[in-house]
Design a protein around this ligand. Structure first.
Ligand code: R5P
Length: 304
C-alpha cells in the first residue's frame, strides 16, 4: 500500500502510517502565486493500492482540488486501486435544498471525487447519512462514537462522575448521542434547534427535550464551527439546572476565533478528534484531541 498525504492533515497521515507500520509515500505539492495547486507523485504507483488522506477543512476548495489531482495522476500511472480517506468532508451540510435555487453542493463534491479517479472512499461522521447517497463509489462511513466513549470512560471523573447525561445539540445527532449514552450506560436527551437560513450563526430557538436537572451534561455534535449551536445547547441545559456541561464533537472546524470563545465559555471540558489538524495556534486549554488514526488504519486493513 502507498499512503499519500494531502497537505491539510499531515499529522494524521503520519499517525495512520505509524499504526500501519508503514511510511508516508513521497509527493510534492506546489502552490503558485495565483493560488493554483500542482501535485507531483514521487513513487512508482503501478499496480499498487494507493491511499490519499485529505481533510477538506479550512481551505476546502483548495484541498479538494489537491486531493483530486492525486487521483488523476495515480489513475494514469495505473494504480491497482485508489482510496480517498476524507476524515472531514466539507460541504456535507449542503446536502439538500432548503430554499428554491440553492445548490446541493455535496453532491457535486462526491461527483468530483469519482470523476478524479478514486475507486472508494472512507468518511467519518458525515453531517447527514443522505450525503452517502451522492457517492457513486463504495464508501466506508466510520463513527468516532466508540473512541469518544473510551475517552470519556477514562476521564469519567473530569466529566462529572456517575450522574452523566448525553445531550444531542440538535436532532441531527440523536443517533450518535443515543449510541454514546448506551455505551456509557447513562441517560440521553436532545435539543430541538431552529437555525436562521439567512444568518447561519443565529439560532432562532432551542428547546431541550427531557430532564437534565442536577446532571453532569455532555453535549455532542458532529461539527463545531462558529460554536453557536453548542453554546446555545449549553445555555439551555444550565437554565434547566444542569450542574456542569462538557462538549464532545467529531470535527473541530473552529472558524476564526472560536477557540478563544469556547475556552472562555461555560464548558468544563471540550474534546474533538484530529479529523481536522488544529495546528498549534488553535489548541486551547480546555481542548483534548482524540485521535482517529487507529480507526482509519483498521478500516484500511479490514474493509478496503
Ligand atoms: C448542523 O446542524 C451541525 O450539526 C452543527 O450543529 C453545526 O454545523 C455547528 O455549526 P456552528 O458551530 O456554527 O453552530
Amino acid at each position: 500500500m502507498l499512503l499519500f498525504s494531502g497537505s491539510s492533515n499531515i499529522l494524521l497521515t503520519d499517525k495512520v502510517a505509524g499504526e500501519l507500520n508503514t511510511r508516508v509515500a513521497q509527493s510534492e505539492t506546489v502552490r503558485f502565486a495565483d493560488s493554483e495547486v500542482r501535485v507531483r507523485v514521487l513513487e512508482e504507483a503501478r499496480k499498487e493500492h494507493c491511499v490519499v488522506v485529505q481533510s477538506l477543512a479550512k481551505s476546502p476548495d483548495l484541498f479538494l482540488m489537491e486531493m483530486c489531482q492525486f487521483a488523476e495522476v495515480l489513475k494514469r500511472e495505473k494504480a491497482a486501486k485508489i482510496t480517498a480517506v476524507i476524515p472531514y468532508l466539507s460541504y456535507s451540510r449542503q446536502h439538500r435544498v432548503n430554499r428554491k435555487g440553492e445548490s446541493i453542493s455535496v453532491k457535486l463534491v462526491a461527483s468530483f471525487i469519482k470523476t478524479a479517479g478514486f475507486d472508494d472512499c472512507i468518511l467519518l461522521d458525515v453531517h447527514d447519512e443522505e450525503v452517502l447517497n451522492y457517492f457513486k463509489i463504495p464508501v466506508q462511513h466510520l463513527s468516532a462514537v466508540e473512541l469518544f466513549a473510551e475517552y470519556i470512560d477514562q476521564k469519567r471523573e473530569e466529566f462529572g462522575g456517575a450522574d452523566l447525561v448525553v445531550v444531542s445539540a440538535d436532532e441531527g445527532r440523536i443517533g450518535f448521542a443515543q449510541n454514546l449514552a448506551s455505551i456509557l450506560e447513562v441517560g440521553f436527551a436532545f435539543v430541538q434547534k431552529e437555525r436562521s437560513l439567512e444568518q447561519t450563526d443565529l439560532i432562532m430557538s432551542n428547546k431541550l427535550q427531557s430532564e437534565v436537572k442536577n446532571k453532569e451534561v455532555i453535549i455532542v455534535d458532529d461539527i463545531v464551527s462558529t460554536g453557536a449551536t453548542v453554546l446555545q445547547a449549553a445555555k439551555e441545559c444550565l437554565e434547566k439546572s444542569a450542574f456542569h456541561v462538557s462538549l464532545v464533537a467529531t470535527h473541530g472546524v473552529f472558524s476564526t476565533g472560536e477557540n478563544v470563545l469556547l475556552n472562555e465559555s461555560v464548558f468544563n471540558k471540550i474534546a474533538v478528534t484530529d479529523s481536522i489538524d488544529q495546528g498549534s495556534k488553535n489548541i486551547f486549554e480546555k481542548l483534548d484531541i482524540v485521535t482517529i488514526a487507529p480507526l482509519i488504519a483498521r478500516s484500511l486493513l479490514n474493509f478496503v
